[in-house]
Design a protein around this ligand. Structure first.
Ligand code: XMP
Length: 317
């Protein structure tokens, strides 16, 4: 029987014994796991925890600024690094999903490595790895490893020579949320939907351009804010929008348009391994579709993804 209070107490003690007076670096993603890991470590070792939050330019609209503020308000010692230009260069011309994931993973490692080197005498790397990540990284040794490469586990190269500390390694997601609640983390942050490490890059099918990122950020913001306003956000496990690599014909007044199509996706799931599409109310879908087409320049058609996993995956790439 898991008790978050006892976990926090034991974990803080263990971290203090393990890390002692050493410095620890941790990459924050804005997600639940890395945030809870950071707050636990902060409780244990205070200012010896150095957090780095990288903007890869593929986050949700205004996410970098908002989350960075939130982290600072929580008392974390966090450095925000805007590496958007670097990621855009790394992605330039790439169309293949796996190539995009690799480019982003490599760019992240480069940026993180540079930033970690600026911290004098840092000896530990902390990660928000949770139990399902551990299981998954063990089980993806076979041919299925090539289906999708995840960058969360063991993502950093050996040459960094940092010792690894993973305080959430034995916990399931719901336990991580309960620990976060005990630690006083904002319930809104703890209830956030999962978001993939490569961010919007795998929701822009094909090659990435700054303009496509802008369009998708706007569409996604309308959808996610709409879910929140209609009390639907917490009923959905994960939601987002996908920018399709096709144009479709439309009419606007007397003019013919030829613009982008976006797909909306919302799923119910417990662990992401299987998922059902959510039966969002038609009224809600109608309102969101109108709002997207009216507000977001460059989009003239919205479709809703009614595929479950398996066989469809949650992400389209
Ligand atoms: P799929 O598309 O495989 O997604 O059904 C299952 C869950 O994993 C997330 N996902 C990723 N997360 N890096 C990540 O950190 C990735 O490359 C990646 N691909 C998929 C997806 O958002 C969903 O929550």
């Amino acid at each position: 029987n898991f008790t978050p209070n006892a976990f926090v107490e034991d974990c803080v003690k263990e971290l203090q014994e393990k890390v002692k007076g050493d410095k620890v670096v941790l990459g924050l993603s804005g997600g639940v796991d890395s945030t809870v890991a950071a707050v636990l470590l902060h409780k244990a070792i205070g200012k010896n925890l150095y957090c780095i939050f990288v903007n890869n330019g593929l986050l949700r609209k205004n996410e970098f600024e908002n989350v960075l503020h939130q982290y600072k308000d929580m008392g974390l010692n966090v450095k925000g690094v805007d590496a958007t230009a670097r990621f855009m260069t790394a992605l330039d011309g790439l169309e293949d999903p796996e190539a995009k994931r690799k480019a982003i993973g490599n760019a992240f490692i480069e940026v993180f490595d540079e930033e970690a080197h600026l911290i004098e005498d840092v000896t530990w790397l902390a990660q928000g790895t949770i139990y399902p990540d551990v299981i998954e990284s063990v089980s993806v040794k076979g041919p299925s490893a090539t289906i999708k490469s995840h960058h969360n586990v063991g993502g950093l190269p050996d040459y960094m020579k940092l010792k690894i500390v993973e305080p959430l390694r034995m916990l399931f997601k719901d336990e991580v949320r309960r620990v976060g609640k005990t630690l006083g983390i904002d319930p809104e942050l703890l209830g956030r939907h999962p978001f993939p490490g490569p961010g919007l890059s795998i929701r822009i099918l094909g090659a990435i351009t700054p303009e496509k990122v802008r369009i998708l950020q706007e569409v996604d913001a309308v959808f996610i804010n709409g879910l929140k306003e209609h009390g639907l956000y917490d009923k959905v496990w994960q939601a987002g929008a996908i920018l399709l690599p096709v144009n479709s014909v439309g009419v606007m007044g007397d003019e013919r348009t030829y613009e982008k199509v976006v797909a909306l996706r919302a799923v119910e799931s417990t662990d992401g391994m299987t998922a059902d599409w959510v039966h969002l109310p038609y009224e809600f879908l109608m309102k969101i579709s109108n709002e997207i087409i009216n507000k977001v320049k460059g989009v003239n058609r919205v479709v809703y993804d009614i595929s479950s996993k398996p066989p469809a995956t949650i992400e389209w790439e």
